[in-house]
Design a protein around this ligand. Structure first.
Ligand SMILES: Cc1cc2nc3c(=O)[nH]c(=O)nc-3n(C[C@H](O)[C@H](O)[C@H](O)COP(=O)(O)OP(=O)(O)OC[C@H]3O[C@@H](n4cnc5c(N)ncnc54)[C@H](O)[C@@H]3O)c2cc1C
Length: 298
């Protein structure tokens, strides 16, 4: 099918992009990599009157480490491609979880065009990158003609394919604090085929104190609800523990508790709950080993 008629705008700077978004409000959609939007438009599941292509806006392709005051922050602008993030030495050094999760998204040609921010803004409840952003304690930087605001990833995803973005706003970047010392992370998923969206996926970061005990844990899951979610009960179970088998088993059980996943052709609700437990255990064991500097093959 072909898309319904729409106006295509390609602003040359950010102010112009924000002006066009303000002018057209909910009739407008941002076009980043187009890997989701164009498919939806071709199927007429999205029929925006105006498409604002941000690919010619200078500066949005910056991937940088900022370190002005306090710990370093990794910042990825709105047109940084998923493949660029996956292969970036800065991402490998400061947020390896982002690269590991990103490598599960589709296939390299899709990632060569799709953007990290586009995946976050699209907010597919099964998507890998929003889940990694949650586990990394990330932030979403949002601009409109009336200024800039920063939204914690925890508050950004509000439901299936919905976010706290208002008409006239666009995401200009996502930011994650650089991974702390003695921290390990892991992303694991089960998908029907390589490159498909996961039936369930788990992103975990674990920090160990000088005494070897777990001082901080962040666990996020996709595919088990209407949006990517933090497994806070599981995090609480692990924090302060020795990170041993019993603590991991307890955290994994808690990650699955109280979840009401959808059932569809990819898996029943029970299967998804089972995956939430098993994959949380797997992600935590790998993250804990990595935090201790042990080699893993995950
Ligand atoms: C064959 C195939 C397989 C795929 N498999 C996976 C997969 O396994 N896992 C996965 O997570 N994804 C998958 N995807 C989706 C892919 O990752 C997309 O790249 C991603 O979802 C959207 O990124 P994009 O840059 O292409 O955004 P676009 O398609 O351009 O935009 C997507 C949505 O986000 C909005 N948007 C984009 N950027 C901004 C912004 N800066 N501010 C505000 N709104 C914005 C758009 O308006 C639109 O509503 C797949 C896609 C294809 C084609």
């Amino acid at each position: 099918m072909k898309p319904a008629a729409f106006a295509y705008l390609a602003p040359r700077d950010l102010d112009e992009a924000l002006d066009r978004l303000a002018e057209h409000g909910s009739d407008a959609r941002v076009l980043a990599g187009g890997q989701s939007l164009v498919r939806l438009m071709n199927a007429r599941l999205a029929t925006p009157a105006v498409v604002v292509d941000i690919n010619r806006v200078p500066g949005l392709d910056a991937l940088e480490v900022r370190n002005s005051s306090g710990p370093a922050t990794l910042r990825l602008g709105a047109t940084v491609r998923q493949r660029t993030s996956e292969l970036s030495p800065e991402v490998a050094a400061h947020a390896p979880l982002l690269a590991e999760a990103g490598a599960h998204v589709a296939h390299a040609p899709v990632r060569g065009r799709g953007t990290v921010v586009g995946s976050v803004a699209f907010a597919d409840p099964s998507a890998e990158l929003p889940t990694a952003l949650l586990a990394l304690d990330g932030r979403v930087v949002v601009r409109s003609r009336s200024g800039e605001r920063t939204v914690e990833a925890d508050d950004f995803f509000t439901g299936p394919f919905t976010t706290s973005l208002a008409p006239g706003e666009m995401v200009v970047a996502v930011e994650v604090p650089a991974t702390a010392a003695r921290t390990g992370s892991a992303f694991v998923e089960v998908a029907r085929r390589h490159g498909d969206l996961p039936v369930c996926g788990v992103a975990a970061t674990v920090t160990r104190g000088a005494d070897g005990r777990v001082s901080e844990a962040r666990i996020a899951l996709c595919g088990v609800g209407e949006r990517p979610v933090r497994a806070r009960a599981a995090e609480d179970a692990l924090t302060g523990s020795d990170g041993g088998d019993d603590a991991v088993a307890e955290a994994a059980a808690r990650a699955a508790e109280g979840r009401s996943p959808i059932a569809d052709c990819h898996g029943s609700a029970d299967f998804r709950r089972h995956l939430a437990r098993v994959l949380t255990g797997r992600a935590l064991r790998t993250a804990i080993a990595r935090a201790a500097g042990e080699a893993t093959d995950a």
